[in-house]
Write a protein that binds this ligand. Structure first.
Ligand code: AMP
Length: 198
């Protein structure tokens, strides 16, 4: 895999442990980890216009409007380091975002290799999010915002499983287990994806 390009999307509900796996996978394959939530939080910290706009939505647990996110990600993927592949974490989150990504990548002639969908039970999600709230103190980890993020996920993001399934890109990963175990499953899947590429 090393030295090859790989273009991946990570999908999964809040609290699925996606961010941790994304960081490790990006390091393993030497590709940029593009996490839209992290980019927004950085903008909030730096008090940019984008940060101010995004914070209104984030604090409620709502999704930031598509046009804002799409513009931000399109610009990020146009940077030099993303020419060698990338791992998208937290994007796309709506069918509109997925369609925009698909057409941007089609124009570049660099389609996705696969979409890793991290699966956990609802019970496990609640347990993990409550733990993270206590540890990290994120402003969008209040009970109301957590509930709203899960609603947004079910309504707007879950349909992406079908979207990518129809394109033959979806690979489900059991995200229950310790970090190394889940990482092992994920790298196994990425290896298969790369192996099946012609
Ligand atoms: P995350 O760190 O991925 O859980 O994202 C935190 C928050 O940032 C989300 O609850 C949204 O408000 C916003 N956000 C991140 N990525 C997106 C996206 N692709 N579309 C819309 N909103 C997003």
């Amino acid at each position: 895999m090393k030295g090859e390009t790989v273009r991946l999307v990570l999908l999964g509900p809040p609290g699925a442990g996606k961010g941790t796996q994304a960081a490790r996978l990006a390091r393993r394959y030497g590709i940029p980890h593009v996490a839209t939530g992290d980019i927004f939080r950085e903008n909030v910290r730096e008090e940019t216009d984008l940060g101010r706009t995004a914070a209104e939505y984030m604090d409620r647990g709502d999704l930031v409007p598509d046009e804002i996110v799409i513009e931000m990600v399109t610009a990020r993927l146009a940077e030099d380091d993303a020419a060698e592949g990338f791992l998208l974490d937290g994007f796309p989150r709506t069918v509109g975002q997925a369609e925009a990504l698909e057409s941007t990548l089609a124009e570049r002639g660099t389609p996705l290799d696969g979409v890793l969908s991290f699966a956990v039970t609802d019970e496990e999600i609640h347990r993990r999010l409550a733990g993270r709230r206590d540890e990290e103190g994120r402003s969008d980890d209040t009970d109301e915002a957590i509930e709203q993020r899960l609603n947004e996920y079910r309504d707007k993001t879950q349909p992406l499983e079908r979207f990518y399934e129809e394109r033959g890109l979806l690979r489900e990963i059991d995200a229950v287990g310790d970090v190394d175990e889940v990482f092992g499953r994920a790298t196994g899947v990425v290896g298969d994806l790369a192996g099946s590429r012609t």
